[in-house]
Design a protein around this ligand. Structure first.
Ligand code: NDP
Length: 792
């Protein structure tokens, strides 16, 4: 062919990357690897075979992690943790920086091994995965350097178990390791069974970079090795990325153990195109949204929502673009899509697409060549998809986009949020006001405006709803590997004494007070409990001073419905929320003596102590009124042409189980931060001393708090907590009480993966300054990172 003909034809030739170095590395290891524990590789006694996705050929033998292996790795991490945490931040920073430099020096080897092992194109591993992994280590070297001044009131969590999936093996390792190590934790990491090679290569490089033994340990294996890590009693935190199904299981397995947990799970993210969008730009965006990494991306823009007027034209242009996509060897530098990670995944994609078509979707796959061998699946578009179709609901985790249409921005938001997931969203419009208006309304942890799949170490990543909880990256992600100093060393809460009600004696001939049974407080109104039962409120000596309603499951349902109806509170200005909190404080202050007397009567505490509790409660309300317009977001400056607005959004409807002690201060300390941030609350007050809460109704009624923002259901904490934890329309639960309460709340919250904040039966001193402030507000908010184009 002549040069002129090449210019006419413009077709791609082969552009193979050499795999010689990578194959030599495998050969040096005899294609067989042990675990990396305490700074050295073990000799495996049981192993399994991995395969090369692009060819189907055997690739390596990996050790199958047993209980003894996990024990050894956790012991090594534990042994190293104290010394690692004691290293001054700048010394840890040097280690992280050395790891970043090591990654940069061996970037091509890592990129090639990753492409071979996972099947993803070298173009992506070379230009995205590996450079971004290095960036994570340099960025977090910075947090180590600044730790003492940036996080003075926090300490490392301890030994972390990290479990990662196969879609971004090396990048996920960096996302997980860099913040954990930077802030003084040590790690046992389990890579995915299909793709462990770059983790083992990293271990080798880390050892060469002088990382102390035991700081990072890598145990390979299958799901049951991951389960051993999750269940290990000497792990302080599990950080997991993977499927929602396994995430839910891990939530249940760790319930009540005191282990911290972050979950980065699945998604079904909307890609919304308005009729004023740059259509060609958006078409190219779809390529990056769903055909990047063969669509095996948790935040893939897999649901294309197109405004009706442009839908036909958009789909036509998209199909034309699909015809030019190239699928082939991951080591060919000019292909767009490589291989699917394993035959079982390809089969899952095929089955879901077939089911979608059976449910009415129309299938389009461009007539492009696929390699004859290996595990490949073509770029796929499904149109005529109804929102209830399985392919619109389930995460396919493959190169399959589904399209739906909408007419108005409100309808787009409704469709976007019609999912149990809430990981990310991509919004395309040339109108910045429309894009940002929609960005505020979509339920997602990450939103890209006129872009998609942008990531950076400085910008938090993570989801809402069943996409999991916690953030990775940036300052918001750093907190996931730290705990407040004030939380350490709390004592167990003393067991509440069982007081028997005293019956009237022959000498009790006083005129009875006019009977007044406190009701529940739901939707701004006092409501009789559904079951029509009451419970007595006793003095410490057992005398009945009043009765309150015995709330049940139905009352919780009514309270949650009232809270949901009050969603507008989330959109009132922070100034407004502050004013309401000041007003509540003012009205409480006017009745301070009466509230103190009530505390004394219920608890038997001295007047001075009761006065102090009321005073502290008023002060706390003032503090959160002050915080309401000061706990603001951040603007991240990633090394891209744009900024990310990290907005603190309310979590939603939150159930609060108040501690038995401090009947007024406990209630205020837990509900005020939530209300200040725009959440709606269903609170269960102190079980033995509920009258401070029921007296509080009349303060609320005169304080301009909109109906339904704070609902109060008196009764037995455990069953009411369980009703809240299993309720599908509750977004989070804060529970302070017994260990059993914490366990039940964490376990049952797995139903829809609610955020939980529990004390595991440990006592908080509500009068301490640490019982209020930013650590509490962090639990009351979710960070949404909105990436917007900015600058030149
Ligand atoms: P999993 O969630 O099963 O795997 C993720 C990680 O968890 C892997 O390291 C896995 O080990 C490990 N694991 C599996 N079971 C357990 C367990 N019981 N306890 C502890 N760890 C466990 O995802 P799959 O790889 O099986 O993929 C299945 C589906 O999940 C995909 O089709 C996709 O829909 C979704 N997925 C979503 C991801 C996301 O980022 N959102 C990432 C990966 C998958 P091993 O690999 O050895 O099984």
């Amino acid at each position: 062919m002549s040069i002129a003909e090449h210019f006419d034809d413009m077709s791609y030739g082969l552009s193979p990357e050499s795999d010689a170095e990578a194959r030599a590395w495998l050969a040096r290891h005899n294609h067989s690897f042990g675990h990396y524990i305490a700074g050295g590789f073990t000799t495996p006694d049981a192993s399994f075979q991995t395969f090369e996705p692009a060819t189907g050929k055997p690739l390596a033998q990996l050790a199958r992690g047993s209980a003894a292996d996990v024990d050894a790795a956790v012991a090594a991490a534990r042994k190293a943790q104290t010394a690692w945490a004691k290293l001054p931040g700048p010394a840890r920073a040097r280690h992280l920086y050395a790891l970043a430099r090591m990654i940069q020096r061996h970037a091509r080897l890592i990129a090639v091994v990753e492409a071979i092992d996972n099947g993803k194109p070298i173009r992506e591993t070379r230009d995205i995965d590996v450079p971004l992994a290095a960036r994570h280590f340099t960025h977090h070297a910075g947090w180590a350097q600044l730790q003492a001044t940036a996080f003075p009131d926090h300490v490392p969590v301890g030994v972390i178990g990290q479990i990662i999936p196969w879609n971004f093996p090396f990048l996920m390792l960096a996302w997980k390791l860099a913040p954990a190590l930077a802030l003084g934790n040590t790690v046992v990491l389990k890579p995915a069974e299909y793709t462990s090679l770059t983790a083992l290569l990293f271990a080798e490089l880390a050892a060469a970079a002088g990382l102390p033994a035991g700081v990072v340990n890598i145990v390979t294996g299958e799901g049951d090795t991951g389960a051993l890590l999750v269940d290990h009693p000497d792990i302080d935190k599990i950080a997991f990325t993977g499927s929602t199904e396994v995430g839910r299981l891990i939530r249940q397995r760790t319930a009540g153990t005191g282990k911290s947990l972050t979950l980065e799970l699945g998604g079904k993210s909307p890609f919304i195109v308005f009729d004023d969008a740059d259509v060609d730009g958006a078409v190219e965006g779809v390529v990056d949204a769903i055909w990047f990494n063969q669509g095996q991306v948790c935040c893939a823009g897999s649901r294309l929502l197109l405004q009706e007027g442009i839908a036909g034209d958009f789909i036509r242009r998209l199909k034309r673009r699909m015809e030019t996509l190239r699928v082939g060897s991951p080591l060919d530098k000019s292909i767009d899509m490589g291989a699917i990670v394993a035959p079982v995944q390809a089969e899952r994609i095929r089955a879901l697409v077939a089911q979608g078509v059976a449910e009415g979707a129309s299938l389009y796959q461009a007539a492009i060549d696929l390699p004859a061998n290996g595990c490949f699946y073509p770029p796929t578009l499904l149109t005529d998809v109804q929102p209830a179709n399985v392919v619109a609901q389930e995460e396919i985790f493959g190169p399959v986009a589904v399209t739906m249409t909408f007419r108005t921005p409100d309808e787009a938001v409704q469709l976007a949020n019609h999912s149990r997931y809430g990981l990310s969203a991509s919004i395309w419009s040339e109108s910045i006001s429309l894009a940002l208006q929609v960005a505020a309304k979509v339920e997602a942890g990450v939103v890209w405006v006129n872009a998609t799949n942008l990531f950076d170490a400085a910008v938090g990543f993570g989801g809402r709803k069943e996409s999991g909880f916690g953030r990775e990256g940036g300052r918001e992600g750093a907190y996931e590997y730290l705990k407040p100093k004030a939380m350490a060393g709390r004592k167990p809460r003393p067991v509440q004494p069982q007081i028997a009600a005293r019956t009237a004696s022959a000498s009790d001939f006083a005129v009875p007070a006019i009977d007044r049974t406190a009701k529940l407080f739901i939707g701004g109104k006092q409501a009789r409990p559904d079951g029509n039962y009451s419970r007595p409120v006793l003095t410490p000596k057992g005398a009945v001073i009043a009765e309150v309603g015995e709330g049940n499951r139905k009352d919780i349902r009514n309270a949650v419905a009232a809270a949901r109806k009050a969603d507008a509170w989330a959109n009132t200005t922070a100034h407004n929320r502050a004013q309401v909190l000041y007003y509540i404080a003012e009205n409480l202050s006017a009745r301070a003596t009466e509230f103190a007397a009530r505390i004394s009567a219920m608890t038997g505490r001295t007047t001075a102590k009761a006065d102090a509790e009321v005073e502290a409660s008023i002060d706390r309300l003032f503090s959160y009124a002050a915080w309401a317009d000061k706990y603001e977001g951040t603007v991240h400056n990633p090394p891209l042409r744009g900024v990310a607005l990290a907005m603190n959004e309310p979590v939603g409807v939150v159930g609060v189980i108040c501690p038995p002690e401090a009947p007024l201060l406990g209630l205020i300390s837990l509900t005020a931060p939530l209300i200040a941030m725009g959440n709606r609350v269903v609170a269960v007050p102190s079980a033995p001393h509920p009258l401070s809460a029921t007296d509080f109704y009349s303060v609320l009624e005169t304080s301009d708090l909109p109906d339904g923002v704070l609902n109060i259901v008196t009764g037995e904490p455990q069953p009411l907590a369980e009703a809240l934890a299993t309720h599908a329309d509750v977004d989070a639960i804060w529970a302070f009480g017994t260990e059993a309460l914490s366990e039940a709340v964490e376990r049952l919250s797995a139903s829809n993966l609610k955020r939980t904040f529990v004390d595991h039966g440990r006592l908080t001193d509500w009068h301490y300054p640490s019982a209020e402030g930013a650590d509490w507000l962090r639990h009351a908010t979710e960070v949404k990172n909105i990436w917007i184009p900015y600058g030149v």
